[in-house]
Design a protein around this ligand. Structure first.
Ligand code: HEM
Length: 493
């Protein structure tokens, strides 16, 4: 008996060793941390401890444009890789790490846009894509304006107080998106706190993705399999409850044809193409849209105010642009899309903020098609997982200049046509290719309307001028800022 056990254990060890050797040899010419050549545990550990992105940047500085961060996983900092990895022909499918983004509600995984396979994604885009086009933007202006007024009202009660702007902007972004989706507000700004754990649920979803993205099989076994969900008793997510309630109210609303929000556009799209998207899938699509769009926009606006406070000259230039447009009558006190979309310095400020601190911490991983691909001079066999490391690419000195780590919005305006094209092509804050951020136009609309609104009413300064937000970023799939206490003073333009 002992001999059989010893033999079985020996066989198991040999099998494991053979697997480790095969894993190691597959991409052995690409440098990286020693442990990452054999196991995904290196990436799992790194993603679960503070400083993951700083670690990746350091690895790229040490090893160059390709770093092996898993047995079958490559991170690239090469801007030339962007059009290859996010090519539209052929489309490189998303990597397995996106499984981490699939939420579980009522004991089963919910389909979510970000984690969908290509065929389902194409069907969803055809059915509900109209809701995200530039032509639909004007339908959402009222929702952003109504929530903008709520924000101004609550901040007026915070004058001279050191208040966490990250928190207010998180309430604002969630209230805005619920209004864009359902023409109704959750009322987070009014209450000044999370309601029924809705925001907490969105954050928990990103945290889960950040924690488990490196180990999708373990995520399935421990969190998403039937057994795991039954043992844990995963119920409805608070966001699902809110969205479900509003969706049901809409279905019963006698006046439903009058709405122009995301919900009405999704329902219209579903009715037009019932063979592409089932009615019961609309809830998942709405939830994933709200989940993807709220904290990303809030964090980006928070970091932008932070950078402006750190760089008074940039803040002054933006305030001057706002002031000049107000005096010229080309900007209303309730900014309109047609007005703010012409403001070049505003555009440069937001881009520069997203360049230096892109909100996504997840890897934008894609799978190399079967024919293989050459990235940064290396041939990568089909099936290899490659992610363009956003932070590293957006700091590339050849593309953005020797001072690429500095916050300097002017670089976007000084660049000649060719340089600007290269800068835009390497700008990955919203990703690229077919699976680029679905809500990109809505995000621009919301941010370009809100930033001037805030700055024409208030001035913002960091309570601690030496605060470095990068020290407190949360371990998650999104770079959630730490509290950013700001002193707010009234500004009259
Ligand atoms: C500053 C704000 C935002 C940033 C920086 C941002 C960034 C991103 C990024 C990097 C992706 C990943 C794409 C990929 O996996 O390659 C993404 C996906 C997505 N975003 Fe955004 N986002 C923002 C706001 C929004 C808003 C406001 C919405 C909705 C109204 C939204 C909806 C989505 C959806 C549905 C996806 C999944 C797309 C897909 O997988 O095809 N996002 N976003």
């Amino acid at each position: 008996m002992t001999a059989i056990i010893t033999f079985a254990l020996g066989l198991g060890c040999c099998f494991l060793l053979a697997r480790l050797c095969t894993s190691y040899r597959r991409l052995s010419s690409i440098p990286g941390p020693f442990a990452a050549k054999f196991t995904d545990l290196w990436r799992y550990r790194s993603q679960n401890s503070p400083g993951h992105i700083a670690r990746l940047l350091q690895l790229h500085r040490k090893y160059g444009k390709l770093v092996r961060i898993g047995p079958n996983h490559i991170s690239t900092s090469d801007p030339a890789a962007v059009p290859i990895v996010y090519s539209t022909n052929p489309i490189w499918r998303k990597g397995p790490s996106y499984y981490g983004a699939v939420p579980v509600s009522k004991n089963r995984p919910v389909p979510t846009i970000i984690g969908m396979g290509e065929a389902q994604h194409t069907a969803v885009r055809k059915s509900v894509g109209r809701a995200f086009t530039t032509n639909s933007l004007l339908d959402y202006e009222d929702s952003i304006e109504a929530t903008g007024q709520d924000l101004i009202r609550v901040l007026s009660g915070q004058i001279n107080a050191g208040t966490d702007m990250g928190m207010w902007l998180q309430f604002f972004a969630m209230d805005t998106l619920i209004r864009i989706a359902f023409s109704d507000s959750l009322g987070l700004l009014g209450k000044g706190e999370d309601i029924d754990g809705t925001l907490g649920a969105v954050m928990a979803r990103f945290d889960h993705w950040g924690q488990w993205g490196a180990m999708p099989s373990a995520d399935y076994v421990f969190n998403k399999s039937r057994l795991a969900t039954a043992l844990k008793g995963v119920g409805d997510s608070p966001l699902a409850r809110v969205a479900q309630g509003m969706l049901q109210a809409r279905e019963k609303d006698a006046n439903k044809a009058a709405y122009k929000d995301l919900c009405s556009k999704f329902l219209e799209g579903q009715a037009k193409y019932p063979e592409l998207v089932r009615q019961d899938e609309i809830l998942g699509i709405i939830m994933s849209t709200i989940g993807a769009g709220a904290d990303t926009t809030a964090g980006t606006l928070t970091y932008t105010l932070y950078f402006l406070s750190k760089h008074p000259a940039a803040k002054l230039s933006l305030v001057q642009e706002i002031e000049e447009n107000l005096s010229a009558g080309t900007l209303s006190r309730t900014p309109k899309w047609a007005e703010v979309n012409r403001m070049v310095y505003l555009d440069a400020v937001l881009k520069e903020s997203m360049r230096i601190l892109p909100i996504a911490s997840w890897g934008l991983d894609r799978v190399v098609p079967p024919s293989g691909a050459t990235i940064a001079g290396h041939f990568l066999p089909g099936g290899t997982i490659v992610g363009c490391q956003i932070d590293a690419i957006q700091l590339d000195q050849d593309v953005y200049g020797k001072d690429s780590t500095a916050f300097r919005p002017g670089r976007w305006l000084e660049a000649n046509e060719d340089q600007r094209r290269r800068m835009d092509r390497a700008f990955l804050a919203f990703s690229a290719g077919k699976r680029t951020c679905t809500g990109v136009h809505i995000a621009w609309l919301e941010m370009k309307k809100t930033l001037p609104l805030l700055l024409m009413n208030f001035d913002f300064d960091l309570v601690d001028p030496d605060q470095d937000v990068t020290n407190g970023i949360r371990v998650s799939a999104v770079k959630y800022p730490p509290p950013v206490p700001m002193r707010i003073t009234k500004r009259i333009l």
